[in-house]
Design a protein around this ligand. Structure first.
Ligand code: PEP
Ligand code: MN
Length: 337
């Protein structure tokens, strides 16, 4: 349920109302906006008398929120969530480029790629240390050593780091990580989501291989309901019947989710297509669709990459693409009405 407050609210009456709602066992999330302020209520509101609340002096309107996601719902929080990571801001009209190799392989590789993508305009470094692989015989990532190398690359370049956590026991190694990624395969690992909700670092949740928008938003809700409101959604393609692309990039997710939620939405054309040749077009399309950022795999020698070489851009190709994406984003801003 949301309570829309009148423009000029008496502070004392507002505190009384909030206290009364909390006594009823509800969580109250106030959002103060420029034009209007609202109270978002989480919990069992079925016994609340809507007419009574609507009749209060300070209340403009009362609405039930039908959707099962409350904290993630734009009705609860009309303004975009903007997440500050290092010197960069994710959401709220910015275009954040997150780039780096699929997996951290060695010091030379991660530092060289970090320097290159930074010079091209990326504001975050990606790189997997714990890798979820389809085959148990494939490279599983460097683990803790990979995180150490990411810290080193962060120190060298100043780029904040986003990297994947696969299970709860790894969290103790994530102190120097800036954004914790939950991979597609873990999107509905509810215990992991709850754990990440109980800590402060931003969490980027990749869409599951065959999950709906609502299921994805409910995963965000798991994190947010534990108290961590810094959640980012990442569309990385879904499983369809098509075999020529690794997945199918669902671009409609971007404008559609923009209405449903206030959380930032990132697009990952690398895992969505699996093909170097398709990445520039799909990244450009994602910017046109209004994405808040892109996650793009970049490797200094894709032919020797230990993971996802066929979808990894060389630094020169990333440079060309990044400049185009940033220019397009600037142009689109001038066209906003
Ligand atoms: C990744 O980002 O390296 C990754 C494994 O992605 P996904 O979970 O989307 O497959
Ligand atoms: Mn990858």
């Amino acid at each position: 349920m949301i309570i829309i407050l009148k423009q000029k609210t008496d502070q004392h009456q507002l505190e009384n109302l909030m206290g009364w709602l909390k006594e009823k066992g509800l969580e109250v999330h106030p959002t103060v906006g420029e034009s209007r302020s609202i109270l978002g209520l989480v919990g069992d509101t079925s016994k609340l008398d809507m007419d009574l609340i609507a009749s209060l002096d300070i209340v403009e309107n009362v609405k039930r929120v039908q959707e099962p996601y409350k904290n993630a719902n734009r009705k609860f929080h009309p303004m975009d969530t903007v997440i500050k990571v290092g010197n960069t801001q994710i959401g709220g009209g910015n275009l954040t480029l997150m780039a780096g190799p699929c997996s951290v392989e060695n010091e030379e590789q991660i530092v060289a790629v970090a320097q290159a993508v930074k010079a091209s305009g990326a504001t975050m470094l990606r790189g997997g240390a714990f890798k979820p692989r389809t085959s148990p015989y494939a490279f599983q990532g460097l683990g803790k050593e990979g995180l150490r190398l990411l810290s080193l690359a962060k120190k060298e370049t100043g780029l904040p780091v986003v990297t994947e956590i696969m299970e709860a026991s790894q969290l103790e190694y994530f102190d120097d990580v800036d954004v914790i990624q939950v991979g597609a395969r873990n999107m509905q690992n509810f215990n992991l989501l709850k754990l990440l909700g109980s800590q402060k670092k931003p969490v980027m949740i990749k869409r599951g291989l065959a999950n709906t928008y609502e299921e994805w938003l409910m995963s965000a809700e798991y994190v947010m309901s534990e108290g961590n409101e810094n959640v980012i959604l990442c569309e990385r393609g879904i499983r369809t019947f098509e075999t020529q692309t690794r997945n199918t990039l669902d671009l409609a997710a971007i404008p559609l989710l923009r209405n449903l939620t206030h959380l930032p939405i990132i697009a990952d054309p690398s895992h969505a297509t699996g093909k170097i040749a398709l990445i520039p077009a799909m990244a450009t399309a994602a910017v046109a669709a209004g994405t808040d950022g892109l996650l793009i795999e970049v490797h200094n020698d894709p032919t020797k990459a230990l993971c996802d070489g066929p979808q990894s851009l060389r630094p020169e190709a990333f440079d060309k693409l990044a400049r185009k994406l940033l220019a397009l984003h600037e142009f689109l801003k001038t066209q906003e009405d």
